[in-house]
Structures are given as C-alpha cells and as structure tokens.
Design a protein around this ligand. Structure first.
Ligand code: HEC
Ligand code: HEC
Ligand code: HEC
Ligand code: HEC
Length: 396
C-alpha cells in the first residue's frame, strides 16, 4: 500500500516537472506571448477544420457506431445522457419509425419501404435514429444519439478510450495531464473522427446533414425539405448539455472548451451564428447541385437565399474578408437560383466547396471576441424547444 502510494507520489512530481519543461518548450517553439486570449487560438484545440478526409468519413460510418449503452457513455456522462433522453432526438424512432401510420406511412410508401424495412438500413433511419451493426445486421438501435453528432466512437482506431485517458498507464486527474499528452490525445481524437466542442464547423455540419433533406423524392412526397433551423437557438434549448466540468450545471457554452481556451459564451454564440449559417449555406448549395425537380428547387433555393441574406447582414455589422467573399460569390447567382439549368451541378457544387473552405477559414481566423456588433441579431434568437418538450417539461 505505502509503497504504491510512494510510487504514485514520485510519478506525480515527475509529472509536474515534465509538465513545466514541456510547457516551456512549447511556448518557446510557438513563439507566442502569454496574453490571456492567446489560448483561444491554441493550435492544439482550434479545429478539426482541418481534420483529414478519412476522419470526416469515419465519423459517419455505421460500422463504427457503438451506441450509448454499449459504449457506456452514461458511466462518465450521466447528466448529458439524462438531458438527451428528454429530447425529441431520443424519441424520434418511436414517433416516426415504429408506428406505421399517418405521414410516416405516406412517406415510407412513396419511398417503397415497408414497416420492417424502415427499421433496418433505411433512409428514414439515417435521420430519425442511430443505426449500428448488431448480429451482423444494420439495425436502428436508438434515437439520434451522441455519436451521430460527435462522431462514431468504436473500432480499433476509435476515439472512445483515448478521449478520456490523461496518461498512458495511470488514472490521473485532468489538471495533471501534460501539455504534450493532451495535444497528442486531442489530435488523435480529431483524426479518429471525433467532433469535439471546438469543432463548430463539424458539429453544425452534422446537424444540417439531417435538418436539410436532400432526397427529392421524399420532399416531393410531402416531407419537409428544411427545418427552420439556426445553430444558436437550436443548440441552446432542449439540446444544451454542457456539464463536463460540473455535472450539476448546464453551462451556457461547453464548459471544457471554456476552461481550456478561456473563451466566453458570447464569443462562442457569435462564432456559432456565423459558422452555422455558412454551413447551412454550404449544405443547401450542395443539395441544390443535385436537385432537378422544379417543384423542389424553390424550397432549397429559399434556404440559400435566406442564409445569404443573413450573412450579408452580418457582414454589414461585422465585416470580414470571408463573409465578403461569400456574399460576393452567392448574390450574383440569384438570377438563376430558382430555375433548373443543365449547368447547376457544376455551378452549385463549386460554390459549396468555396463556401465550405471560407467557413473553415473563418473558424480558424476568428474567435468571436471582436463581433459584439452581432449581438443585437443574436439576441433575437431564443432557445428552441420541440413541441413535445414544451408540453412535457415546460408547461405547468
Ligand atoms: C470512462 C469515462 C468516459 C466514457 C465511457 C465516455 N467519456 Fe466522454 N469524456 C470523458 C472525459 C473524462 C472527458 C473530458 C476529456 C478532456 O479533458 O479532454 C470526456 C469528454 C467528452 C466530450 C467532449 C470533448 C471535447 O473536447 O469537447 C465528448 C463530446 C464526449 N466525451 C462524448 C462521449 C460519448 C459520446 C461517449 C460514449 C460513446 C463517451 N464520451 C464516453 C469520459 C468518458
Ligand atoms: C435527411 C434527413 C431525413 C430523412 C432522410 C427523413 N427524415 Fe423525416 N424528418 C427529418 C427532420 C429533420 C424532421 C423534422 C423537421 C422539422 O420540423 O424541423 C422530420 C420530420 C418527419 C415527420 C414529422 C413531420 C411530418 O411531416 O409529419 C415524419 C412523419 C417523418 N419525418 C417521417 C419520415 C419517414 C417515414 C422517412 C423515410 C421515408 C423520413 N422521415 C426520412 C429528417 C429526415
Ligand atoms: C441523425 C440526424 C440528426 C442530427 C445529426 C441532428 N438532428 Fe436534430 N432532429 C432530427 C430529427 C429527425 C428531428 C425531428 C424529430 C421528430 O420530430 O421525429 C430533430 C429535431 C431537433 C430539434 C427539435 C425541433 C422541433 O421543433 O421539434 C432540435 C432543437 C434539434 N433537432 C437540434 C439539432 C441540432 C442543434 C443538431 C446538431 C448539433 C441536430 N439537431 C442534429 C435529426 C437530427
Ligand atoms: C444533436 C447533436 C448532439 C447530440 C445528440 C449530442 N451532442 Fe454533445 N454536443 C453537441 C454540441 C453541438 C455541443 C456543443 C454545444 C454548445 O456549443 O453549446 C456538444 C457538447 C458536448 C460536450 C461538451 C460539454 C462541456 O461542458 O464541455 C459533451 C461532453 C457532450 N456533448 C457529450 C455528449 C453525450 C455523452 C451525448 C449523448 C448522451 C451527446 N453529447 C449528444 C451536439 C450533440
């Protein structure tokens, strides 16, 4: 017992020593000053903007989805799981997949799906739940779960184990992790497809993958083409689960991100507002590129026009080269935005690539602290709750 304790002590002091040495080295090499805001642009935590294409792909691979229960997310994230279980994300399969009636039946039938097929590897289950491989088959295992937003955690190269391990062989507290270990750990997680809080671009992309519907046939059958979605409102209502540092307090911004970067909730809201709108525009442009049905085009083009309008307003209040470039690219397209043309595919996918690039650049170049002029716009965006949530938890 005593010996083990002593060994732990020695280890601990060695740790502190190496922490100081490493911190010194890192500062020397990066040549940065120690101003309090410096850490907000700390390279290790800036962005996965820049994660490899294979990481982006891995994040969405069904074979690497573990599931909340199998991965034991609840063991370490009890407050996050409890919050999630109240959301319509959690309930969606029950609302839309298990009961084969009403609009569910209408849309499924239009897509040629039977009730049983819907619960397998189906289009509906892509958005209304989480699919995973069980007994060699793809099945719906739950509602829209953690990994649909934060990236698939499983597989040999998955992020599950590494994301919470502060030392290669010993369980030590977060505060004692060396800077070098942390940098390597976060880099590993990013490249394994984990979408952490700092990855505003990646997280908002995950939302729009479901909240903008790309399937023309489904839309033609009556399914909504787009949610009335903005990334600020829709992450600050029933979705909000910022409990990492204090399990009893749902903070206004990711608590770990605030602790690590010194970022403030208002800075984060501004970044979420701009990047979220850029990603909405990028995603809608990508869908516009593949849409040919003249009855569906107006719904998608409407999203493009609205997002561009907002970005133009933002750029008037808080001008940046990125927003300037985006609106200069999109506004001239308005003449043909609503008309199907043979060149659409090329025009809109090139525009989407460019907007995506500018969104990632925006995420890298700014931290929100200088965009107070956007607050009047942002303050008009109230936290969003689903009907189900309001009825169950907000009405007295
Ligand atoms: C054994 C405990 C444990 C398990 C199991 C676990 N986590 Fe974590 N998780 C942690 C710890 C500790 C951190 C803080 C990591 C840090 O300091 O960077 C964390 C951080 C996170 C973060 C925030 C990372 C960031 O940098 O913003 C997310 C997202 C997350 N976990 C999701 C999950 C999901 C999803 C699951 C299940 C698939 C899961 N975790 C399972 C312990 C765990
Ligand atoms: C690309 C993602 C996506 C796909 C694919 C998808 N849905 Fe949806 N669905 C959504 C979203 C997002 C909403 C909520 C829209 C809102 O109100 O913001 C929704 C809402 C619904 C609703 C409730 C609203 C209504 O129109 O009655 C039903 C029912 C529904 N979907 C059924 C289906 C069925 C059945 C399928 C498969 C044939 C399907 N969905 C495929 C994303 C999707
Ligand atoms: C895997 C697909 C998927 C992803 C990813 C996803 N959502 Fe959803 N979300 C849905 C579906 C489907 C619904 C509608 C559920 C229903 O009514 O059946 C929904 C509903 C919601 C609602 C409730 C809306 C209402 O008025 O009913 C909020 C809020 C929400 N999503 C926010 C987000 C945010 C923010 C993100 C990204 C961080 C996100 N969602 C990512 C599929 C998804
Ligand atoms: C619909 C998408 C979505 C789902 C589902 C989701 N998250 Fe998140 N998560 C996010 C977003 C977006 C953020 C950043 C929130 C912000 O900016 O306020 C986040 C932040 C976090 C954080 C950081 C919180 C902090 O205080 O630093 C953790 C940890 C986390 N999520 C874990 C989980 C776990 C565990 C689950 C499943 C029970 C889960 N998330 C489900 C989108 C999601």
């Amino acid at each position: 017992m005593n010996y083990a304790r002593l060994r732990l002590r020695c280890f601990k002091s060695l740790f502190f020593l190496s922490l100081f040495l490493l911190a010194g080295l890192i500062l020397q090499f990066s040549g940065t000053s120690l101003s309090p805001r410096m850490s907000a642009a700390e390279p290790e935590d800036t962005q996965a903007a820049y994660v490899s294409a294979s990481a982006v792909k891995r994040a969405d691979q069904t074979e690497h989805i573990m599931g909340v229960t199998a991965a034991d997310c609840k063991k370490c994230h009890p407050s996050e799981v409890a919050t999630w279980m109240k959301t319509v994300h959690f309930q969606s399969p029950e609302l839309r997949l298990y009961k084969f009636d009403g609009n569910t039946k209408k849309y499924a039938t239009a897509m040629g799906l039977t009730s049983a097929e819907m619960l397998g590897d189906s289009l509906c289950a892509d958005c209304h739940g989480t699919k995973a491989v069980r007994d060699g088959q793809v099945k719906v295992i739950s509602g829209v779960s953690c990994e649909k937003c934060h990236g698939a955690a499983g597989g040999e190269e998955g992020w599950l184990n590494r994301h919470q391990s502060y030392h290669a062989s010993m369980p030590i507290p977060r505060a004692q992790e060396t800077a070098a270990h942390r940098a390597a750990r976060l880099e590993f997680c990013d490249q394994a497809g984990m979408r952490r809080s700092s990855n505003i671009y990646g997280l908002s992309k995950a939302c729009f993958k479901c909240h903008l519907v790309g399937n023309e046939k489904l839309i033609a059958a009556g399914h909504k083409a787009a949610s009335a979605f903005d990334f600020v409102s829709w992450t600050s209502g029933e979705l909000k689960h910022n409990f990492l540092v204090d399990k009893t307090t749902n903070a206004d911004a990711p608590s770990l991100w605030m602790e690590r970067t010194g970022g403030k909730p208002e800075d984060r809201r501004r970044m979420k507002y701009v990047i979220g709108t850029l990603v909405q525009l990028e995603t809608a442009l990508r869908l516009r590129a593949q849409t040919t049905n003249p009855a569906v085009i107006p719904q998608i083009s409407g999203v493009i026009a609205a997002a561009n309008g907002q970005l133009t307003q933002m750029n008037a209040l808080a001008p940046t080269s990125e927003l300037q470039a985006v609106t200069a690219l999109i506004t001239p397209m308005f003449g043909t935005l609503f008309a199907p043309l043979p060149t659409d595919k090329e025009t809109y996918s090139q525009a989407a690539d460019k907007v995506g690039e500018l969104a990632r650049q925006f995420a890298e170049q700014h931290d929100g602290s200088k965009f107070a002029s956007l607050d009047a716009m942002i303050n008009r965006l109230p936290p969003h709750y689903s009907q189900q949530y309001q009825e169950k938890y907000l009405k007295k």
